[in-house]
Write a protein that binds this ligand. Structure first.
Ligand code: F6P
Length: 371
C-alpha cells in the first residue's frame, strides 16, 4: 500500500485540522495510507525516544475540520538540523537531519506533506536537499510567507483582533481614553493593518513603517480638534518599533529557538505618556490603556475563508503527492490553488508594501501610520 507522511510544525493556527482532514480523506479515497507524525519533525528524529507516529484513517479525522489546533500536535522547537539534547546537564546541538531522511524511508513513506510556516518549510526544504521527498503547505496567522497571496489562519486572527477592537471601542469611548491593542505578526504588519482597517482604528503601527511618537501624538491631538474627544484606537503590531529604535523582545533567540516578540504596546504607552508631558496643550491629559491580544488570535475554530483555503490546500497537496510532484509548496493565487517550488515559499518574507493600495486606502480613510 502507498503511504505518505503528514505533520504540522511550528506554532499552531486555525485551519491545521482542516488540512489534515482533507489530506487524510483525499488519500483514503485514492487507497493511500497516511502516517501522521506527532509533534512536528520531533516525531521523526527517533533516537532514544523512538519515532512518534500514528496512522490516520477517515474515522480518525471525523469532525475535526472545524476545530482549532492540530490533532497531530506541534512544536516550534525540534529542528532536526539544530537538535538540542541535554546530556549530563549540558545542552548540545546536533545535526540529526540524515536520521530523519533515513526514518522517512524506513517507514516506507513515498514522501512527507509538511504543514508549516517559514521555519518548518525551511526544514522541509533542507530535508528535500538531503534526499527526502516533501510537499509544503503554508500556514501562519502572520501571513508572512512568500509566493502565496495568503496563508490560512490569518483571516481568523484578523477576525479576533477586529472583535477586540470593537470591544475596546465601547469601553474606550465611554472613558474617553487612548486604547492600544498589541497584535501578533512577527516582523510583518498584516494582522495589524487588516484589523486596524476593519476595526476602525485611528492609528496603525507596523514593522514596515517605523513610527515617530510625535506623529502618533499629532493624531491624538487631531482627534481632539475634530471631535473634542481623546478617544483614540491604536493597533500596534508586536514587531512595530520607533524610527531609530528596536523591536521589543520578551526573549532573544537561543539555541534552536526564535526570538519571542512582545512589549511593543507597553513601550508605546510609555512613549505616549512621556509625549503628553511635553506636547499636550489641553487641560485633561488623556488616559492610556494597553491590551495585549496574544495567543487568543491563534486559538479556536477557523473562520469560513481560512477553512476554505485549508481544505483546498490539503486537497491540492494530496493531488501533487499522488502525481509524484514532490518538492513543491501549494499556494493561493487569486481564487486558484496552485503550487510553486518549495524554495520559493521561504526565499523572501511577504511583508506589507508601504506604497501598496491597501496602505493608501488606509491613509485615505484617515488612518495614521505614525510617519
Ligand atoms: O508565528 C505565529 C506567532 O503567533 C507569531 O505571531 C508570534 O510572534 C509567535 O508565533 C508566538 O510564538 P509562541 O507561541 O512560541 O509564543
Amino acid at each position: 500500500m502507498r503511504r505518505f507522511g503528514l505533520l504540522t510544525g511550528g506554532g499552531d493556527c486555525p485551519g491545521l485540522n482542516a488540512v489534515i482532514w482533507s489530506v487524510v480523506r483525499g488519500a483514503a479515497r485514492a487507497g493511500v495510507e497516511i502516517v501522521g507524525v506527532v509533534d512536528g519533525f520531533e516525531g521523526l528524529v527517533g533516537g532514544e525516544n523512538g519515532l512518534n507516529i500514528r496512522t490516520l484513517g477517515s474515522a480518525d479525522v471525523r469532525n475535526i475540520f472545524n476545530q482549532g489546533g492540530t490533532v497531530l500536535g506541534t512544536t516550534n522547537r525540534g529542528n532536526p538540523f539544530k537538535y538540542v539534547t541535554v546530556r549530563d546537564g549540558q545542552s548540545q546541538i546536533e545535526d540529526r537531519g540524515d536520521e530523519v531522511v533515513a526514518n522517512i524511508a524506513q517507514l516506507g513513506l513515498e514522501g512527507l506533506i509538511a504543514i508549516g510556516g517559514d521555519g518548518s518549510l525551511a526544514i522541509a526544504h533542507e530535508l528535500g536537499e538531503r534526499g527526502a521527498r516533501v510537499i509544503g503547505v503554508p500556514k501562519t496567522i502572520d501571513n508572512d510567507l512568500g509566493s502565496t497571496d495568503s496563508t490560512f489562519g490569518f483571516y481568523t486572527a484578523v477576525e479576533v483582533a477586529m472583535e477586540a477592537l470593537d470591544r475596546l471601542r465601547t469601553t474606550g469611548e465611554s472613558h474617553d481614553r487612548v486604547m492600544i491593542l498589541e497584535v501578533m505578526g512577527r516582523y510583518a504588519g498584516w494582522i495589524a493593518l487588516h484589523a486596524g482597517l476593519v476595526g476602525g482604528a485611528h492609528v496603525v503601527l507596523i514593522p514596515e513603517i517605523p513610527y515617530d511618537i510625535n506623529k502618533v501624538l499629532g493624531q491624538v491631538r487631531q482627534r481632539w480638534h475634530e471631535d473634542r474627544r481623546n478617544f483614540t484606537l491604536i493597533v500596534v503590531a508586536e514587531g512595530a518599533f520607533p524610527a531609530g529604535g528596536k523591536t521589543s523582545l520578551v526573549e532573544s533567540a537561543g539555541a534552536g529557538t526564535n526570538a519571542r516578540l512582545g512589549g511593543a504596546g507597553h513601550q508605546l504607552e510609555v512613549e505616549l505618556r512621556e509625549a503628553f508631558t511635553h506636547g499636550w496643550d489641553r487641560p485633561m491629559v488623556p488616559e492610556v490603556r494597553t491590551t495585549v491580544l496574544g495567543h487568543i488570535q491563534r486559538g479556536g475554530s477557523p473562520v469560513a475563508y481560512d477553512r476554505l483555503i485549508s481544505l483546498r490546500f490539503g486537497a491540492e497537496a494530496v493531488r501533487l503527492a499522488l502525481a509524484g510532484e514532490w518538492g513543491k509548496m501549494v499556494c493561493l493565487r487569486g481564487t486558484q490553488i496552485e503550487s510553486v517550488p518549495l524554495v520559493d515559499g521561504i526565499r523572501k518574507p511577504h511583508l506589507v508594501e508601504t506604497d501598496s493600495q491597501l496602505v493608501r486606502h488606509a491613509r485615505t480613510v484617515g488612518i495614521s501610520f505614525g510617519d
